[in-house]
Design a binder for this molecule. Structure first.
Ligand code: MD3
Ligand code: FE
Length: 217
């Protein structure tokens, strides 16, 4: 249990460039704001529960997903796309909680992207073993707009590749409260998440949430 001695201490914020266009804001979200984001997640998931979507190739994704905002990212046998309705509820996706928008704007500003107004937020849940293989985010209309991602709960190993699938990825650990802003030349980089390790987190239990804010439409 000695490893837990410092577990309650907040980490010191720091800023780390990853590549041109990508900025890692470590400990950007303090514990109070993390708690507010998790309350927002609970509200969103009441209306639109997370589900394991199917890839166009027929595989079940190990990450459970939902969305909030005007548009939501979905995948099924027909392909990847954004749409205004949740196919599970038959309703519009729930609105983005105020705390989500505030955080996304604050992070984009910190990275030099003024006036970022996301219209979509993908809410991912990783349980131990869940992973996301290397991919590009290319279903959005305006590639000059950044993507803001926020990690909550258990740590994950993030893979960051280049503009070609064959570029060898770097690995980075993302912890609860870390934010990454991806824009400019990094916007179309390949990226993924290694299988999540077992663990327990004080705020989320045995899982990791990731919020990704996008300007999709
Ligand atoms: C780099 N999610 O939902 S967030 C995704 O942790 C996704 O759930 C991962 O990749 C997760 O599409 C990684 C980090 C991230 C998000 C978008 C990016 C990195 C990115 C877009 C371009 C380049
Ligand atoms: Fe992605």
């Amino acid at each position: 249990m000695t490893g837990d001695l410092f577990a309650g201490l907040a980490r010191e914020p720091s800023v780390e460039p990853i590549v041109d266009g990508a900025l890692l804001l470590r400990a950007f979200v303090d514990e109070q704001e993390q708690t507010r984001l998790l309350q927002g997640i609970a509200l969103v998931l009441d209306a639109s529960p997370q589900r394991h979507m199917q890839t166009p190739g027929g595989f079940r994704m190990s990450v459970a997903m939902s969305n909030c905002g005007q548009l939501g990212w979905v995948t099924d046998r027909r392909g990847y796309r954004y749409q205004p309705m949740d196919p599970l509820s038959g309703q519009h996706w729930p609105p983005m909680p105020e705390a989500f928008l505030a955080l996304a704007t604050r992070a984009a500003d910190a990275a030099g992207f003024a006036n970022f107004v996301p219209d979509a937020c993908l809410v991912n849940r990783y349980e131990p073993g869940a992973r996301m293989s290397l991919h590009q985010d290319r279903n959005e209309t305006d590639m000059t707009q950044p993507i803001v991602s926020v990690s909550l709960g258990l740590p994950a190993t993030f893979l960051f590749g280049g503009l070609a699938r064959s570029d060898k990825p770097r690995r980075m650990r993302l912890e609860s409260g870390d934010v990454v802003v991806w824009g400019g030349p990094a916007r179309l980089a390949f990226h993924g998440i290694d299988p999540l390790a077992e663990g327990e987190h004080a705020l989320t239990g045995a899982c990791r949430y990731n919020l990704t804010f996008r300007r999709a439409g």
